[in-house]
Design a binder for this molecule. Structure first.
Ligand code: NAP
Length: 309
């Protein structure tokens, strides 16, 4: 993948698609929902499933994942985040999209292991075993060069994005067990930024690289579960708007990654387990290239260089 400084150094008016083109794995790319990932398609129905979404109080958690899984008529959606007030607004939105979907909102800080564990005890008691987990909660607590950063802010991003993802994933794995009876998916929100170096984002970028590798470990340790790290595109949420220099490129819709997450949670997507997927990529082309992706172990993190013989 390209480096941010190389992309930003290109002359003239910024091309809003420059990052999508630079990171295109498929020939066709999208910036809005399209037919194959339309969550209202019968083959993508989430009926019968309990879906847990972290960071569901605003941003992608609300407008991408809660909205799209509601359109796909999940039996129940569990909304996790710290702000009760914002969670109740997401709950109202889900009910307006899909009145039959049960909603359970639990105020929880993902960095607090005991609270996360209690939340999962409540989920199992009230809704039973979940089949989908979207690890979406995330922060960018600092945007500084390493030499200037406040160590607590730098570490806070690690705590929420990495430890938070670990806490929630472990609680989920403990209740779904080693051989889940129903097809089960974990979608971890990563970012193309995990493969970039630049722009005072060392803490955030490292967390996203860690999440991509964490997902590969999940696939290795839990081969029966489909675990995918998803780059959602560039969407103008609170976080998306926090780096003003990225504003010209923030043109993906919330529905694009929402639909992609529903698609990843439907049918047989095992060939993408342990791998990185960008919401901008054409899922039909990914399917057509299944053999190549698996045989050549593509979309995984490697060290550049020539090694061995
Ligand atoms: N937007 C983009 O263009 C973009 C691009 C690449 C990747 N991503 C990734 O997508 C995910 C969502 O991003 P976003 O743009 O929607 O961000 P956002 O608008 O800032 O929303 C972040 C969400 O995370 C929750 N959260 C933060 N700290 C938490 C904590 N300690 N415990 C529980 N929940 C917490 C927030 O809820 P409370 O404050 O109520 O707790 C909020 O719901 C992130 O993982 C981000 O890294 C986004």
């Amino acid at each position: 993948m390209n480096k941010v400084p190389e992309i930003m150094a290109r002359e003239g008016e910024p091309d809003p698609d420059v990052f999508v083109k630079a990171d295109a794995f498929t020939k066709k790319t999208y910036r809005d929902v399209y037919s194959a990932i339309d969550p209202t398609r019968p083959n993508l129905s989430q009926k019968g499933k309990v879906v847990v979404i972290t960071g569901a109080s605003r941003g992608l958690g609300r407008y991408s994942f809660a909205a799209s899984f509601a359109r796909a008529h999940a039996d129940a959606i569990v909304l996790l985040a710290r702000s009760r007030e914002n969670l109740s607004q997401t709950e109202t939105m889900v009910k307006s999209i899909s009145p039959s979907t049960k909603v359970l909102s639990i105020a929880v800080d993902v960095t607090d292991y005991d609270s996360v564990k209690r939340a999962f005890d409540e989920i199992i008691e009230r809704l039973g075993i979940p089949q989908v987990l979207v690890n979406n909660a995330g922060v960018i607590a600092s945007q500084c060069r390493i030499v200037d950063d406040d160590p607590d802010f730098w570490w806070r991003t690690q705590e929420v994005n990495v430890r938070g993802t670990f806490n929630v994933t472990q609680a989920f794995l403990k209740i779904v067990g080693p051989s889940p009876a129903a097809p089960t998916a974990i979608i971890n929100l990563t970012s193309a930024a995990g493969h970039y170096v630049g722009q005072k984002l060392s803490s955030y970028c490292l967390t996203k690289l860690a999440i991509t590798q964490f997902t590969a470990f999940l696939k290795d340790e839990h081969p029966q579960i489909t675990s995918v790290s998803l780059h959602p595109g560039m969407i103008p949420t609170d976080m998306g708007n926090s780096a003003s220099w990225l504003a010209p490129f923030m043109k993906d819709t919330a529905d694009l990654c929402g639909g992609t997450a529903v698609w990843l949670s439907s049918g047989d997507r095992q060939f993408l387990s342990g791998r990185y997927v960008a919401a901008n990529w054409d899922v039909e082309e990914l399917e057509a290239r299944k053999e190549e992706i698996v045989q050549d172990n593509l979309l995984t993190v490697r060290l550049n260089g020539r090694f061995g013989e």
